[in-house]
Unconditional design. Sequence first.
Length: 162
Amino acid sequence: MDQDLSTLREIERAAGKWFADIGMTFVADDEPPSLETLAEFARDGRAWVCADGDDRPVAYLLAEVVDGNAHLEQVSVHPDHAHRRLGRALLEHMIDWARARRLPAITLTTYTEVPWNGPYYERRGFRYLTDAELTPGLRQIRAAEAAHGLDRWPRACMRRDL
């Protein structure tokens, strides 16, 4: 399991290339979740992977529950396996997971001007939340992101009702 968790960190580092290519090196250089954090998600059944033909992870998604809604914490796809709808498959799995738990919605935070972020999620049925719609947990997440320097490009919360 530790090898798989290390591979997830490698996937996120590799996926950072796309951000570096558009001048967002601060995202590309951001440290992936620790092995301990990834292990906690896995133990709690809130981490899912897509694997290649050799059963090696090539994409992953981490989910939380924030203020009674499923929350997409992280999704990353290795660039060598991009454009195969792996992220979409992971998102659909998360939607099924949330519905099975009778959670009313999925939320996430994302960059609004990055094509594979906000615009992608809009195509998947998410909508941007206004400041008045932010729950206390989402406000806390956004404050932590800002403190971490992730607000150098426009960022927002999104929601998809289930």
